[in-house]
Design a protein around this ligand. Structure first.
Ligand code: NAD
Ligand code: DAU
Length: 340
């Protein structure tokens, strides 16, 4: 099969390509990525030059480029990871989120209709469901939980999901959607909680925990997510949504304390800072459908996955040093200056 993978130079798309190109030599993977601040070809060094992998630099909103690529490559399936993904950036400036996360999806699906496709897969998020209360551990997000997005980021992802389902119903486009909880693991950009805290703690810098650190996320090791997506793309039913989650609910404070303990750093590095506006309290997934229908199970427990992740950042300093030495410096100063 020939796959178009968009956003494959980012965190999850990069892990997906590394895994799939190596384990599926019979399939071809074309990676279309704009290489925004969040994309890095350093991540993909190991697969560069493989006969079943091609990189194309470009924007999913660029209709001419997307159509040209479809005409050249005759894809069997599209897996759309490309997105603007950081909630804090979406609060600062929503525009690009609406463009990439909604219009980009339209452009890709229009090309699928025009050139024909076996499957369009949309990589979505648990954030489309809004949040759950902290004092109701019995409540979980299910695929039929109403959409209730809180941030411009999650609203853009929810909009895309609606558009994908509309293209299925109206035009009969063969689509699937997966909605996953928070991912962690190698190659995550250090604006996100876990790599940010690891790298700042290593430098003995203060760790900015929003509010009281009580917000809860359901953490999933990134390769477990990649395997789930591969299963949904190959075996999922047309028009269906699949929740993906790890049953690994942790408060932010627990996560940060775990990282500090592993690095043998003091908890005095923790600084409680001004909360994120509209901050979702708790995410928790019910992944029962993908477990029952497709036999998916996560392989990593949080205790083991976070150890592997800390170890990865300790041994891959060259990967993240490049990132934090450039424009990222001004990002951190801009984003956190009013929080303390
Ligand atoms: P990321 O920010 O690390 O990477 C995004 C990638 O998309 C980058 O390589 C970037 O260059 C590329 N990109 C951005 N705009 C583009 C455009 N217009 N055209 C082409 N490429 C473009 O993101 P991630 O964390 O790997 O997330 C991937 C997908 O998974 C996103 O759709 C996100 O909503 C979803 N998701 C993420 C998580 C998580 O915890 N990170 C959880 C659930 C779902
Ligand atoms: O749930 C899936 C989503 O997970 C994805 O759709 C998003 O693309 C991804 O960015 C992530 O969103 P979050 O907002 O949950 O992730 P983030 O790493 O930004 O924050 C995780 C939690 O940690 C959240 O409650 C906010 C908090 N936080 C974050 C940062 C960056 C802090 O307390 N301090 C920080 O400096």
């Amino acid at each position: 099969m020939k796959f178009l993978v968009t956003g494959g130079a980012g965190f999850i798309g990069g892990n997906f390509i590394l895994e799939m190109v190596r384990t599926h030599p019979e399939d071809t993977y074309v990676n279309l990525d704009k290489l925004t601040y969040a994309g890095s070809l350093e991540t993909l060094k190991e697969v560069e030059g493989r006969p079943n992998y091609r990189f194309v630099k470009g924007d999913i909103c660029d209709r001419d480029l997307v159509e040209q690529l479809f005409a050249e490559e005759h894809f069997d399936a599209v897996i759309n990871f490309a997105a603007e993904t950081h909630v804090d950036r979406s609060i600062e400036d929503p525009h690009l989120f609406l463009k990439t996360n909604i219009i980009g999806v339209q452009v890709l699906m229009d090309a699928c209709r025009k050139y024909g496709i076996g499957r369009y897969h949309q990589v979505s998020t648990d954030e489309v469901y809004g949040d759950l209360p902290l004092d109701r551990p019995d409540l979980l997000f299910r695929e039929d939980t109403p959409l209730h997005a809180s941030s411009p980021y999650s609203a853009s992802k929810a909009s895309a999901d609606l558009l994908v389902l509309a293209y299925h119903r109206t035009y009969g486009l063969p689509v699937t959607i997966s909605r996953c909880s928070n991912n962690y693991g190698p190659y995550q950009f250090p604006e996100k909680l876990i790599p940010l805290m690891i790298i700042r703690a290593l430098h003995d810098e203060s760790l900015p925990v929003y509010g009281k650190g009580q917000n809860v996320r359901d953490w999933l090791y990134v390769t477990d997510h990649c395997e789930a997506i591969d299963l949904v793309v190959r075996k999922g039913r047309d028009g269906e949504i699949y929740n993906i989650g790890g049953h690994n609910e942790k408060s932010n404070l627990e996560v940060v304390r775990t990282i500090l303990a592993q690095l043998h750093k003091p908890e005095s590095l923790i600084h409680f800072v001004k909360d994120r506006p509209g901050h979702d309290l708790r995410y928790a997934m019910d992944p029962g459908k993908i477990e029952r229908e497709l036999g998916w199970r996560p392989k990593h427990a949080f205790a083991e996955g976070i150890q592997e992740t800390v170890r990865w950042y300790l041994t891959h300093e060259d990967w993240w040093q490049n990132i934090i030495s450039g424009a990222y410096q001004t990002y951190y100063e801009r984003m956190y200056k009013d929080r303390t």
